[in-house]
Design a protein around this ligand. Structure first.
Ligand SMILES: Nc1ncnc2c1ncn2[C@@H]1O[C@H](COP(=O)(O)OP(=O)(O)OP(=O)(O)O)[C@@H](O)[C@H]1O
Ligand SMILES: [Mg+2]
Length: 459
């Protein structure tokens, strides 16, 4: 069942007199509050540590010490330590204004004297709940703004045949809540795909929060992902929201997922399985609603086989897997990408319009692009800055020439070489399959099988 858009305010009321609690409950329930009760300071602390409330209404006097209010003041301080955004309204005996003032000094948001007037109590509660809701939203927004990059649909160029299966997957599963693993070489566009998936989903009004899981030192991983409370460890000077909570309602992008140490994989698995987590140092369980998109340039099945990656975690993460082919296997995209980066950088550097010399384009089409789209991006950026006139020439691109790296062929897999030779033959024979097959010493059907295998278009 979907939660109501304007859920009931959750209220914790605390007093050691049962009749007071009962009277409050009778007053507040019909007014739309979800009420929980606690009879003792320790019960109050247990409740705020394990559940989320929108406000606490508590008496300052408890049985052990019924007049000074010291127990109540201590309790107030402890609640503040647990959650400084939780509004606490204190109740004091008639005439003990000094105690109320002391409570306010310690962080209580307001006070009410017993016996209370119902309308005044309701109005205080509603105001404080409203205010703290705004404060909590503000804190969350501020943290988000620091983390987030520009939203909206990113430019995602995918014109080649090899990218059509990727495009189809992206548009069909984008709007779903499916967890996705994106694989592909460095610079092939994994993050662009992640952002596109998020932008297509109905989570788009909520953030996509990126975290480079592989780059986090062991000790930092948990507090980065799950947050911590003040005092959880020496450097924890204040409460901190983790990435999971920040991504609540949105998408969490876990980059370099294969590098997560096994010890941390277990913690990740738990929140993915249960949707529940605790900030480090807190026992309050929080529910998070997050779609997880992860990326890696490693072969996760191989990592599982080698015992470096948990199989159960992989099952949770890769409801769908999207593999992005390297740029050298989708040369049809090169010119569109080049033109896209060209216009981007001439604008950014306020250069007059430039064009790409045909031989420079030819060089780009033949180049192997070991750094994939990112390398192309950088090559164009450099060329825009270096080109002396309005034409970008081969020399401006500073590509590593194939003669400089004859060993590159040996770095390629047999399949890469085969796919490369087939493309070359088809180019040379202007798309004529019979002639290309002849030149390669293959039958037409054998060539067709390979075209299918490598996702090469024949026309
Ligand atoms: N299909 C595409 N269309 C437009 N721009 C792209 C495309 N693919 C990649 N880019 C651009 O190329 C650069 C590298 O892409 P991205 O950061 O997504 O790669 P990656 O696979 O995440 O790389 P890494 O493995 O190094 O993290 C970015 O500037 C991105 O905008
Ligand atoms: Mg990346």
């Amino acid at each position: 069942m979907a939660p109501p858009s304007n859920p009931m305010a959750r209220l914790l009321i605390a007093d050691d007199q049962r009749d007071v609690l009962e009277a409050l409950r009778l007053l507040l329930k019909p007014e739309g509050f979800a009420v929980e009760t606690a009879f003792s300071p320790s019960a109050v602390l247990d409740a705020v540590k394990t559940k989320e409330f929108d406000a606490v209404l508590m008496d300052l006097n408890y049985a052990r010490d019924t007049t000074s209010g010291q127990e109540g003041l201590d309790l107030l301080t402890r609640i503040q330590e647990t959650d400084s955004t939780l509004p606490v309204i204190v109740m004091t005996a008639w005439g003990s204004v000094e105690l109320a003032v002391e409570a306010m000094r310690r962080g209580a948001r307001d006070f009410i004297q017993k016996p209370w007037e119902n309308p005044r109590l309701l109005s205080i509660l509603r105001t404080q709940i409203e205010l703290s809701g705004a404060l909590r939203r503000g804190q969350r927004l501020e943290a988000e703004n620091r983390l987030l990059r520009a939203e909206g649909l990113p430019t995602f160029i995918a014109e080649s045949d090899a990218m059509q299966p990727v495009l189809r997957l992206v548009s069909s599963i984008g709007p779903s809540d499916a967890n996705v693993v994106i694989t592909g070489e460095h610079g092939s566009g994994k993050e662009v795909v992640a952002r596109t998936l998020h932008a297509l989903s109905n989570r788009v009004s909520r953030p996509l929060v990126a975290v480079n899981t592989g780059g986090l030192p062991e000790g930092v991983f948990e507090s980065e992902l799950f947050g911590h409370v003040r005092g959880a460890f020496t450097d924890a000077k204040s409460d901190r929201i983790g990435r999971f909570e920040l991504a609540h309602g949105g998408t969490l992008f876990l980059d370099e997922i294969a590098n997560i140490p096994l010890s941390q994989q277990a913690k990740l698995l738990r929140v993915l399985e249960s949707g529940e987590m605790e900030r480090v140092g807190s026992s309050q369980t929080r529910r998070v609603d997050v779609r997880v998109i992860s990326a890696t340039n490693a072969d996760l099945n191989q990592e599982v086989a080698a015992g470096r990656f948990r199989q159960d975690l992989l099952f949770r993460l890769n409801t769908v897997e999207i593999h992005i082919p390297p740029l050298r296997e989708r040369r049809q995209d090169i010119s569109s990408l080049a033109m896209h980066f060209l216009s981007h950088y001439t604008q950014r550097y306020r250069k007059p319009a430039q064009s790409i010399d045909p031989s420079a384009m030819q060089a780009m089409l033949e180049y192997s692009w070991p750094g994939n789209v990112r390398e192309l991006d950088h090559a164009i950026e450099r060329a825009v800055l270096l080109a002396s006139g309005d034409i970008i020439r081969v020399s401006d691109l500073a590509l590593r020439s194939s003669r400089e790296s004859p060993q590159r062929l040996e770095d390629l897999s047999l399949e890469d070489v085969e796919s490369f030779l087939i493309r070359k033959a088809i180019e040379r024979h202007s798309g004529n399959i019979t002639q290309a097959a002849d030149a390669l010493g293959l039958s037409r059907s054998a060539l067709y099988r390979r075209l299918q295998k490598y996702g090469i278009g024949s026309t």
